[in-house]
Design a protein around this ligand. Sequence first.
Ligand code: PHE
Length: 449
Amino acid sequence: MATTGAPRDAFGTRAGFILAAAGSAVGLGNMWRFSYQASEGGGAAFVLLYIGMTLVLGIPIMLAEFGIGRRGQSAPVGALRKVVGAGWAKLGWLFAGCGLLILSYYSVIAGWTIRYAIESIAVGFPADAGAHFGSIAAGGSAVAYHLLFMALTLLVVLGGVHGGIERASLILMPVLFVIVIGLALWATTLDGGGAGYAVYLKPDIEHLMDHKVWRAAAAQAFFSLSLGMGAMMTFASYLDRRANLPASGTIVAYTDFGVAFMAGLVVFPVIFSLGLQGAVGESTVGALFIALPGAFDAMGTVGRVVGTAFFVVLVVGALTSSISMLEVVTASFIDEFKVSRRKAAFVAAGVAAALGLLPALDTNALGLMDKIAGEFLLVLGALLLAIIGGWIVRRQMQEELTQGASPWWALQVPRILAVLRYVVPPIVAVVLFFSARETLQVVVSFFSG
Ligand code: PHE
């Protein structure tokens, strides 16, 4: 491969990498997707299964991505080619395509959150949140906010890894943590929130035994940890040999779970204290964009302040995630076509912005895209990564993950790789089967009207 004269971009600090990776993980997935999935999956039962999936499937697959990325020192297309074999470059392009797809609809949802954040400051929350959401979810203004969010994402990525992504993460992530913790503490003061905590924290057997809840928990773990499309691989490609990969991956996974769990500690009591639980499960967007604004409106001034903080957190989380999606595509273009970061980022963001017109004009298309990418492609990507890391390049993974690890973590590497080899593939294969079936049903029903 030809090399350009300039050295490759890199993270400046260990904390910078961890916060950027945590920033990729923590996003709308933790608040929007997690809370409605949890309420559909019976609350606590889902939460419990989700922790299991994060530990058993999430951490090993994340480490596979870290290992391949750092060893390859390039975006997924090049990293897979160098580390696994020439034919695997195609998988890298599939990852880039998946990144564009997710970014396109993610940006539409993030656009709604920008709008809610601005409106809550300017005019407060709507009294009829359902009708309000219905009027803004699709159409010209949804397109405008989607483009605004895409422009923000582009701006950060144009700044590069150290000057853009790392700097944004170092500032934004601590802000996000503080606000989320503050909101969870505030939620404990609500009258009638107890029923919400009960649903959220007391698992019932019926949901625990339901295979649908298992599937949903696994798919949610991949989406929330940004796994299965090369985002973590791309970030790890900007690391040097001193980084402790197993420790970093574990910190990122726990952080991601922590924020999702705290978001639930806000959403469930707020919604139950106002008796709005019916609105949550109704639609994929119900919890976040209808039930919560309705609750904030009913709480008067306090609701307005708290609600503003909540939507600001969402915008921040969405931005630190969307930059990682755009970076996968941008880095692929830079590494493969030897173009400037500027050109690569503009083209990638332009394509995602154009693709996003579809979900911005049609919420059903948005749901469909989330199924295809979030529920199917990521699970497929995760399975292939487990097979690659656990079977095809296992020796290299052993070496790479041990490199830079502290002695204790180095001892854990063989154990983690054994899980990646024997435990992860069969579980993810079963999940993939059900995800494929479910996705197919949604696709068929979408096209048959
Ligand atoms: N993990 C992000 C979230 O929870 C979404 C994401 C998925 C980001 C895939 C990058 C890659 O919102």
